[in-house]
Design a protein around this ligand. Structure first.
Ligand SMILES: *Cc1c(COP(=O)(O)O)cnc(C)c1O
Length: 225
């Protein structure tokens, strides 16, 4: 895998777009992340807390670390001191725990609410109703150590491009609808995280501001999840 060249291609592709690259480095050794870093990558995405903290400790401190995978409440404390963005907030209870740990670390932790847009039941995420409940809750409004900065979604794993595009359009629509509401100070719709190696160009066409790309940069993973 020519990591250097892959990154150059993504940098070129994104150079005239208001969308940034999250290099998804899960399962990959720190040497490969360092290689990507040397090409200018500063945002890395991981989906496991232990791996995220180990890599944070091993690599340069100007990296923005994004948690993109399902996050258990009892593990929030390990990443709260340094994580830049949590893409995968899928319950109110998790948001509440992030706020609590943010307070302990004296930080305001940026979060995205993950929306269920795929056909697969297995994928995590909030429904439109649950999103609305979180956004309108008085309890959310009082959280001082989180900031909700947008939405995230994962499309169905399929070759059907029309279906993937429809799912991205649905999410973009929900994003715009939410942005148009009178929101509390700790909610601002700035980032729309959608698109992975197989569908990032569709996602960018539909308004993504953060693409999460793993295998198209680092090659296939051995322990794919
Ligand atoms: C692994 C992962 C990705 C990247 O997947 P690729 O297909 O390798 O680009 C993106 N988002 C999430 C949430 C992931 O877990």
């Amino acid at each position: 895998m020519d990591i250097k060249n892959n990154i150059k291609e993504f940098q070129n592709y994104l150079s005239d777009k208001s969308c940034r690259l999250v290099a998804v480095s899960k399962t990959k050794p720190t040497e490969l992340l360092q290689e990507a870093y040397n090409e200018g990558v500063r945002i890395f995405g991981e989906n496991k807390v232990q791996e995220l903290t180990d890599k944070y400790e091993a690599l340069p401190k100007d990296i923005e670390w994004h948690m993109i995978g399902h996050l258990q409440r009892n593990k929030v404390k390990y990443i709260a001191p340094f994580v830049s963005l949590i893409h995968s907030v899928d319950t109110f209870k998790l948001l509440k725990e992030i706020n609590k740990q943010g307070a302990k670390s004296e930080r305001v932790i940026s979060c995205l609410l993950q929306i269920h847009i795929a056909k697969e039941e297995t994928k995590f995420g909030l429904s439109e109703e649950e999103l609305s409940e979180i956004i309108n809750s008085e309890e959310t409004k009082a959280f001082e150590n989180i900031k909700i900065v947008g939405l995230m979604g994962m499309a169905t794993f399929t070759d059907n491009k029309d279906q993937i595009r429809k799912e991205f359009q649905y999410l973009k629509n929900l994003f715009d609808k939410t942005a148009s509401l009178a929101l509390p100070e700790n909610i601002e719709m700035q980032e729309l995280s959608m698109g992975m190696s197989g569908d990032y160009s569709l996602a960018v066409e539909e308004g993504s501001t953060l693409i999460r790309v793993g295998s198209a940069i680092f090659g296939a993973r051995n322990y794919d999840k």
